[in-house]
Design a protein around this ligand. Sequence first.
Ligand SMILES: CCCCC/C=C\C/C=C\CCCCCCCC(=O)SCCNC(=O)CCNC(=O)[C@H](O)C(C)(C)COP(=O)(O)OP(=O)(O)OC[C@H]1O[C@@H](n2cnc3c(N)ncnc32)[C@H](O)[C@@H]1OP(=O)(O)O
Ligand SMILES: CCCCCCCC/C=C\CCCCCCCC(=O)OC[C@@H](O)COP(=O)(O)O
Length: 274
Amino acid sequence: MELGWLLWGAAVLLLLHFLTELSPAVNFALRLGWYCVLCVMGSLLAAPACLLLNGGRTVRNMRIIKNVVKTFKYFFGLRFEVKRLENFEVEGPAIIVSNHQSILDMMGLMEVLPDNCVQVAKRELMYTGCVGLIMYLGGVIFINRKSTTSAKMVMTEVAKTMVAENVKVWVYPEGTRNCTGDFLPFKKGAFHLAIQAQVPVIPVVYSSFTTFYNPKTKLFTSGKIKVEVLPPIETKGLTSDDVSDLADRCFHTMRETFFMLSGRPSPSEAKDSS
Ligand SMILES: CCCCC/C=C\C/C=C\CCCCCCCC(=O)SCCNC(=O)CCNC(=O)[C@H](O)C(C)(C)COP(=O)(O)OP(=O)(O)OC[C@H]1O[C@@H](n2cnc3c(N)ncnc32)[C@H](O)[C@@H]1OP(=O)(O)O
Ligand SMILES: CCCCCCCC/C=C\CCCCCCCC(=O)OC[C@@H](O)COP(=O)(O)O
């Protein structure tokens, strides 16, 4: 009986292996499925630890979550090369902004996540079972993207509490995933937040995933991701009139860095040299 199960197991594994060799779409689905399984298993493992060690929803749980998620990269042959981590060393709260290419970004985020830092996420993620639970326990701030008024109210509240509780807040200013090899225009919530709280903005840039991950062509192989933490941008003395300039400044600096890290000329440079 046991031998029978073993043979069935081996046959299924062999079949999966042939299917992944045969079809990029199967390889893509299996690897992404495996990532989701890891997230679920990691959450099931981390949730009791968070509850036992820290008693409930608190940013301190992010340390536990970070340590679990940092192991995921080994399953996918992903490597991170991190530069200028010291730029996170600002006293007190800050807004961290970074580019958002995929659900895989969570691995890159945890690779560099400073202490006392929570993320802003769409509220739909709260309803993903144990993954939603672990985000809740880690202190993730959920916003309703379908209601600008509600999202703005939550963000304004965050501006007050981040100063009172000395936390950093991580926002994806593109507001959605984008794996096109360029940036989407930035939404302004993060920059309103920074100016309302009078705290610095720290941009973080991840190189393009397109050489190893592309949902359109069903590519998902191993690869290297370069990450650079840029110098903090002060907002002391800025007012709501400066939000657009601050957002533009971050967008351009981050986009230049993105093309540089990705080993591609930025579209403006390419035009100049032609
Ligand atoms: C252990 C194993 C674990 C396994 C793994 C599990 C979990 C790990 C745990 C944690 C990791 C969590 C990682 C989560 C990542 C989730 C990522 C996301 O969900 S990204 C999507 C959500 N985020 C965002 O959308 C942020 C960016 N968006 C914005 O900033 C938006 O501006 C907005 C606030 C959401 C509002 O957007 P909306 O489209 O509705 O409107 P506009 O942007 O057009 O703005 C309208 C108008 O309002 C002005 N504005 C915006 N914000 C403010 C504000 N705070 N105060 C005042 N005014 C504001 C804006 O400027 C516009 O005006 P104008 O056009 O005149 O400029
Ligand atoms: C009871 C319900 C059960 C549901 C089970 C779902 C299981 C989900 C398992 C694993 C999901 C892994 C999620 C990792 C977190 C990644 C967060 C993320 O990157 O979200 C995308 C969001 O930024 C932007 O969304 P859109 O691009 O606008 O869309």
